[in-house]
Design a protein around this ligand. Structure first.
Ligand code: NAD
Length: 295
């Protein structure tokens, strides 16, 4: 019950605190004191998530293969961000990135295995480029499980932690991407489940996020290969029109918000989950029957 009880100092009254200190002090920063390591954070979804985590009180290590862009991103995000060069196909780079997070910011609470690449499509399974398959798997799959392995190494002794991975709608609905990319993302969803089944014993949660298409650099590169000569603005329009939820588009911030939720105490009982951010795209398919007046 609110009110000014006799003898209570005005500063102890919650309403009085809001009026004297302002509403901003009442907003809870969801990752206060936490340290996160995000792979592929020089750009796109990773960068948006790093920005979101920092504005929620976290310190973030940006691990990426793009050195200049990674350094620029860390500079842009300020003193609560640090960059480390990391190629997720190299286990030693991932191990170093985990150790660097601890030496720089003293602990590791959140590991977000987000780095990933697209791939060229082949006309048929009979033409599948297995060299490309191995390359994509080494980043999208092996890079993810290596990230989980090394994050677990430091999280298990502390018996706490939140591990996130970026999967994709292509991992839950077939026919949306080349086989190789789809297989890599189905596998990420599988990795999350199998690893969560072990790490739950230590209070560590493992979840993934499956975004719908967002015009980030790798998607744009892919699109310009598919539509040679079509300008970037037009390509973005094509991507945005491919969703099903009228009036909204999928953006990096939507994934960053999901990552913040999963990484925070708000999701303290969510584990082994694949959070799909697709405006409902993979949940339904209209039958495509013509309207009665058109038959
Ligand atoms: P992006 O191109 O903006 O970011 C990907 C980042 O990963 C880049 O900074 C790149 O340098 C980094 N990277 C690539 N190979 C690496 C390696 N070997 N080691 C370390 N870093 C490496 O694209 P994005 O859309 O932000 O992609 C992030 C993740 O989201 C990927 O896993 C991608 O598969 C996934 N995803 C993207 C979409 C989309 O439509 N954009 C949809 C679903 C899932």
């Amino acid at each position: 019950k609110f009110g000014f009880s006799k003898g209570a100092s005005i500063s102890r009254n919650p309403l009085a605190e809001i009026f004297t200190k302002g509403f901003s002090t009442q907003i809870r920063r969801k990752l206060e004191g936490k340290v996160a390591l995000i792979t592929g954070a020089a750009s796109g979804i990773g960068k948006a998530t790093a920005t979101k985590f920092i504005s929620n009180g976290a310190k973030v290590v940006i691990a990426d293969i793009q050195q200049q862009l990674g350094q620029d991103t860390a500079k842009e995000l300020g003193s609560n961000a640090a960059f480390i060069a990391c190629d997720v196909t190299k286990e030693s780079d991932i191990s170093n990135a985990v150790d660097f997070s601890i030496s720089k910011f003293n602990q590791l609470d959140i590991m977000y295995n987000n780095a990933g690449v697209a791939c060229k499509s082949s006309p048929s399974i009979t033409d599948l480029d297995l060299a490309q398959f191995d390359r994509v798997m080494s980043i999208n799959v092996r890079g993810v499980i290596a990230g989980i392995k090394h994050a677990s190494r430091v999280m298990i002794p502390r018996r706490t932690g939140s591990i996130l991975c970026t999967a994709s709608v292509t991992g839950i609905m077939a026919g949306l991407s080349p086989h190789t990319y789809a297989v890599s993302k189905v596998t990420v969803i599988g990795i999350v489940r199998t690893v969560a089944s072990e790490l739950c014993k230590y209070g560590i949660r493992v979840n993934c996020i499956s975004p719908f298409v967002i015009p980030t650099p790798f998607v744009m590169e892919d699109m310009s290969r598919f539509y040679p000569g079509v300008d970037a603005q037009q390509l973005v329009k094509i991507l945005h029109n491919s969703g099903s939820l009228e009036g909204e588009i999928c953006e990096p911030i939507d994934i960053a918000n999901a990552a913040l939720y999963l990484a925070s105490e708000d999701a303290k009982y969510i584990n082994g989950h694949n959070l799909v951010i697709d405006g409902g795209f993979t949940s339904f398919k209209s039958l495509g029957f013509p309207a009665p007046d058109q038959v």
